[in-house]
Design a binder for this molecule. Structure first.
Ligand code: C2E
Ligand code: MG
Ligand code: MG
Ligand code: MG
Length: 289
């Protein structure tokens, strides 16, 4: 920890002390500030969810939304997950924050459904610590029951690296969730371990191809072979494949040719506030027959 590091740095002499202390202090102070502010944020209602559409690549229809956490700090303005999520995970605050996210996203989906908007699925990101909580399963069940939301509307996104950390317990947790009827997605697919055999062991519905592979798609570029191969494999395993971070028409064309079912990215829409998402869904949701 920081104190111990400081102690050893001091032992090594004056120059080292100055070098280490400056570096350690800045990081420790920033971390501490974020942690304290996160506690206040949870109590003070400073979190909001933005929603990014998931789009069927053949029809252009919006099939769902991914809920993405935003922190509206009174002085700093909008803070993105990259800045506070690592701290929230380290100090355990991600657990209560994650519960808030899950409930808020499900309540929002219920409001859209009750308002008669086109059907959709709502995807929520689940971090390692939340996923491994012994009462996570009950938490999900309670939220769905309280709100009266059909379990099949909810999709949980869990990253490949979290699932691979302990495949035995992951399979057990996933099976419990699957039996409840929620949809399960592997997020950032392709970035973790490249073992594919576990895909058959886990009751997964959706593969989200990581943006880095979508970025590699460029005309005549060998790198796009990976994105193509992942789509092909997902299709063969009867999984729904979603490409993350689609930004260009060229990427869209390639993904359509590979029969990738869905996409998400700035080409379609950035993550937007709930009111704005409702307008997108109204205009581009599936037509009810
Ligand atoms: P993720 O789940 O992989 O989410 C996708 C990220 O890519 C989002 O960043 C989204 O805004 C961004 N994105 C989508 N399309 C594009 C595109 O076309 N171009 C580019 N450059 N970016 C695109 P965001 O919202 O900053 O979230 C970052 C990560 O933070 C998420 O990655 C997820 O791992 C985590 N996160 C966000 N919200 C939550 C949450 O409520 N709970 C948990 N546990 N994690 C969250
Ligand atoms: Mg995600
Ligand atoms: Mg992702
Ligand atoms: Mg990602």
């Amino acid at each position: 920890n920081a104190d111990t590091a400081m102690y050893y740095a001091k032992e090594k002499g004056r120059n080292n002390y100055q070098f280490f202390s400056a570096d350690m202090n800045v990081r420790a102070v920033e971390r501490q500030l974020i942690e304290t502010s996160l506690r206040a944020a949870l109590q003070g209602g400073q979190f909001v969810l933005h929603y990014q559409p998931k789009v069927n690549l053949d029809s252009g229809v919006i099939t769902g939304a991914e809920a993405l956490l935003r922190w509206i700090h009174p002085e700093w303005g909008m803070v993105y997950p990259a800045r506070f999520m690592p701290v929230a995970e380290d100090c355990g605050l991600i657990v209560p924050i994650g519960r808030w996210v899950l409930r808020e996203a499900c309540e929002q989906a219920k409001r859209w459904i009750d308002a008669g908007l086109p059907p959709l699925s709502i995807a929520v990101n689940i971090s390692a610590l939340e996923f491994r909580q012994s009462d996570f399963f009950e938490e999900v069940r309670t939220i769905l029951d309280d709100i009266g939301l059909d379990a099949s509307v909810l999709e949980l996104e869990i990253t490949e690296s979290v699932l691979m950390r302990d495949t035995e317990s992951s399979a057990a947790i996933l099976n419990n969730l699957k039996n409840m009827g929620v949809q399960l997605a592997v997020d950032d697919f392709g970035t973790g371990y490249s073992s594919l055999s576990y895909l058959k062991k886990f009751p997964i519905d959706v593969l989200k191809i990581d943006k880095s592979f979508v970025d590699d798609i460029a005309s005549g570029n060998d790198a796009s072979a990976i994105a193509g191969a992942v789509v092909g494999m997902g299709n063969n395993l009867k999984l729904k494949v979603i490409a993350e971070g689609v930004e260009s028409k060229l990427q869209l064309d390639f993904l359509q040719r590979q029969h990738c079912e869905e996409g998400q990215g700035f080409l379609f829409s950035r993550p937007v506030a709930a009111e704005e998402f409702a307008k997108l869904l109204q205009a581009h949701g599936s037509k009810k027959s």
